[in-house]
Design a protein. Structure first.
Ligand code: NAD
Ligand code: UFG
Length: 338
């Protein structure tokens, strides 16, 4: 069975993907600098799968370290998660985002190429679309990222598309995630944000756990069914399964392929909150606050192309996502042991 290099494998989506790859028979080598990941997540991967991922602590921009990984292990393909993901931080410090997200990806591709490894699955994002006029959003929709984070994701996609075009032998799947949510059903792995969470679900679970007073609902005057913002939330285990399917896809399908990973079903902030209230079994306090700068009313994925290409669909629904996220939060109130 093949061995997959998973950059950023100690993070939220990466750790769930390592578990999925190991459970389906792949060997896994994780490269992560632990900037936002955690080695304990990899111990949980082993606890779940009874298989151990190899761990190398290194920065993805460090070409010498990458070179050593490709010399030491017989890598067949890469799943590339390593990067920074805060939209607000990317506005404050765009150079850092270009350096880590674009520079890291270019360094990785250079070293892969020099070792003859030319199959890659890349963590892209729905932010590449920016404010889209399409709902649902198909892959061919116009790309107008509204901030440096989205620009770096689109720039990496362009680099991979050029490699695939110029140099027969390169094959890339860019997975554009919509809104990842949830945790492993075992309660052993989940999202472990440092500091105040920016995203909706970790904020809700922290309110439900009593760490924060109330959820601020950013705007209830959007043109949506209850006035609050609507997003396409996708269970992190469905995302992980999508990565394993993309690795299999690369075996048979040469070239460049961008694919949306979402469910195609948008939920409002109040609907997400209601799902968490069902999971927790209690009311979760909230307050309506002004709209957040830069937010848009609604976006959700056209998933037709991914479903056809990968033979994949999202299995879990919003109640599963809320239930699993709450299971993780209640079993691990302080996140992973550090
Ligand atoms: P995460 O922060 O939990 O995982 C990223 C991992 O990469 C972390 O373990 C971190 O330590 C590591 N990392 C960061 N910089 C590195 C570097 N220079 N060298 C080596 N390792 C480094 O984030 P996540 O939510 O799991 O996201 C994974 C990927 O998916 C990211 O590329 C992110 O941009 C993308 N993505 C995430 C979301 C989301 O909402 N979570 C949405 C769309 C796309
Ligand atoms: N929201 C609240 N209160 C909060 C947090 C969020 O009401 O405390 C609302 C937002 O206004 C939005 C919805 O919940 O309507 C979802 O917000 P998130 O911050 O969870 O997610 P976004 O859709 O804004 O952005 C996420 C990631 C980005 C990524 C994007 C597309 O944070 O990194 O999805 O993939 F780029």
């Amino acid at each position: 069975m093949k061995t997959i290099l998973v950059t950023g494998g100690a993070g939220y989506i990466g750790s769930h993907t390592c578990a999925e790859l190991l459970a389906t028979g792949y060997g896994v080598v994780v490269l992560d600098n632990l900037d936002n990941g955690c080695e304990a997540a990899l111990r949980r991967v082993e606890q779940i799968t009874h298989r151990k991922p190899v761990f190398v602590q290194a920065d993805v921009r460090d070409k010498d370290a990458l070179d050593r990984v490709f010399r030491e292990f017989s890598i067949d393909a890469t799943v590339h998660f390593a990067g920074l993901k805060s939209v607000a931080e990317s506005v404050a410090n765009p150079a850092l985002y270009y350096d880590v997200n674009l520079g890291g990806s270019v360094a990785l591709c250079d070293v892969m190429d020099s070792h003859g490894v030319r199959d890659i699955v890349f963590s892209s994002s729905a932010t590449v679309y920016g404010v889209s006029s399409d709902d649902p959003i198909p892959e061919h929709a116009e790309k107008q990222p509204a901030q440096p984070y989205g620009e770096t994701k689109l720039a990496v996609e362009h680099h991979l598309e050029e490699l695939c075009g110029e140099n027969a032998g390169w094959n890339a799947v860019c997975l554009r995630y919509f809104n990842p949510l949830g945790a492993h059903p075992s309660g052993l792995m989940g999202e472990d944000p440092r500091g105040i969470p920016n995203n909706l679900a970790p904020y809700i679970t922290q309110v439900a756990a009593g760490f924060r007073d109330r959820l601020m609902v950013f705007g209830n005057d959007y043109p949506t069914r209850d006035g609050t913002g609507m997003r396409d939330y996708i269970h992190v285990v469905d995302l992980a399964r999508g990565h394993a399917a993309a690795i299999r896809f690369l075996d048979e399908n040469p070239g460049f392929m961008p694919l949306n990973l979402g469910t195609g079903r948008p939920y409002s902030v109040l609907e997400v909150l209601a799902a968490f209230e069902r999971a927790v079994g209690e009311e979760i306090p909230y307050e309506i606050a002004p709209r957040r700068d830069g937010d848009i009313a609604i976006y959700f994925a056209d998933t037709t192309k991914a479903e056809k290409a990968l033979g994949w669909t999202a299995d879990f629904d919003m109640d599963d996502m809320a239930h699993h996220a709450w299971h993780w939060q209640s079993k691990n109130p302080e996140g992973y042991p550090r």
